[in-house]
Design a protein around this ligand. Structure first.
Ligand code: NIG
Ligand code: FE
Length: 384
């Protein structure tokens, strides 16, 4: 197996307690994995050498929440919101119509473009949800397309009730728990439900998530996004990997998260784009909750592929320190996806690395909107 030494690393943000940040460091990559880390001066020889000239290296970002399989454009909805029109779950139907009408190639081309943007922003692992098909056929093809790009695929047939079932939402829940789940499960690792007024109530959400876990999928929940509600408690009750959004949480919700293994995944791009109040990351962190940051990339509530943008918002608006935000965007995302092979820089981990054109990761928030990602390695291969 060939080896590469990345040397001249001004600061290596390992995101592990054992090593912490190393200065004047080197990393040796062997095949797809990290084989050695330590002081540059003592680095063993390797087949190839890359001098990073004092730049900072961080783990590739792990984006644990994204909706990339869709067609159409909702910029007019965004513009209207910026003039005061509130966001509602109902806008999802606009994207459902466009997605159903699009050819597979068109949907896949959009995913290609968005994942290229993600890589350019330093993201090396991303989750992709279905949820803009809402028929057995369209959810299936959404997941088949998603599976061409990532192993972290999520069945979100329960995004909203399909328009055909408006008069009989219970029949749609039966479809999601029945034929749709059976057809989609082979292409999904996870199941997700939008537990919210205008989408699915707690009983429907519980039934769908439990049907999914019986089919072998892990659970995740869109919880407490638009108002307080039972989503976070449900996520903790069923042992979901993550409760996502957590924008409106009560003290009891915070306690439930702190007492569980459920990660609170915060999605500040959604609050930004819907002009909503941001979640209070500080209270979650102070209570001992594991926090992840993700883009929520989707055409309605958060059309960004930039993790640095999310970090900027988390630091400026949500009470996170730059170090906490970096951890949430790397190790936090890995924890939300229950992955032990990504999210930090240590021997044996996947060599998923982002190089910053900056002396420290603080610059991700300190220099908002500036493209600082100068190189990216994914599975030991330089991809940017
Ligand atoms: O995570 N909240 C539900 N789903 C998406 C928004 C979907 C849309 O508006 O198209 C979200 O914000
Ligand atoms: Fe979402």
């Amino acid at each position: 197996m060939s080896t590469v030494v990345l040397t001249g690393i001004g600061l290596l943000a390992t995101q592990t307690l054992e090593c912490g940040d190393l200065t004047d460091a080197a990393v040796i990559v062997e095949g797809s994995r990290i084989a050695w880390i330590g002081p540059a001066a003592t680095a063993p020889d390797a087949d190839e050498k890359v001098d990073l000239e004092g730049r900072c290296v961080i783990p590739g970002f792990v984006d644990s929440h994204a909706h990339l399989v869709f067609a159409g454009d909702r910029s007019a909805e965004f513009a209207a919101r910026m003039s005061g029109v509130p966001y509602s779950a109902g806008g999802i139907q606009t994207t459902v119509s466009a997605t159903r009408a699009a050819a597979d190639e068109v949907l896949a081309a959009r995913v290609t473009a968005l994942t290229a943007e993600m890589q350019a922003s330093g993201i090396t692992t991303y989750e992709i949800k279905s949820g803009y098909g809402l028929t057995v056929r369209d959810e299936l093809r959404s997941l088949q397309i998603a599976a061409q790009f990532t192993t972290e695929t999520t069945f979100l047939g329960a995004h909203v009730v399909a328009p055909e079932f408006e008069a009989d939402p219970a029949a749609y829940v039966d479809l999601v728990c029945g034929d749709m789940l059976t057809t989609c499960a082979p292409y999904a690792r996870w199941i997700d439900v939008f537990c919210e007024q205008g989408a699915f109530d707690v009983d429907a959400a519980r039934a769908i998530l439990l049907a999914g876990t019986r089919a072998g999928l892990g659970a995740r929940v869109h919880a407490n996004q638009l108002r307080p509600g039972p989503g976070v408690q449900l996520a903790c009750e069923i042992g979901a990997a993550s409760a996502d959004h957590c924008t409106h949480v009560s003290p009891a919700d915070v306690d439930a998260l702190a007492a569980s293994d459920t990660v609170a995944t915060l999605l500040p791009g959604a609050e930004f784009s819907t002009r909503a109040d941001y979640p209070d990351a500080r209270q979650l962190l102070d209570a001992g909750v594991t926090v992840a940051l993700a883009t929520d990339c989707n055409p309605g509530s958060s059309y960004t592929t930039s993790m640095p943008f999310c970090i900027t918002l988390a630091v400026r608006e949500m009470g996170m320190t730059p170090a906490e935000a970096l951890t949430a965007a790397t190790l936090g995302g890995a924890t939300a996806l229950q992955r032990k092979d990504i999210g930090c820089i240590a021997v044996g981990m996947r060599a998923d690395l982002a190089v910053l054109d900056a002396p420290s990761p603080v610059h991700l928030a300190y220099r908002p909107g500036v493209g600082l990602i100068s190189a990216v390695w994914k599975d030991g291969q330089r991809v940017r």
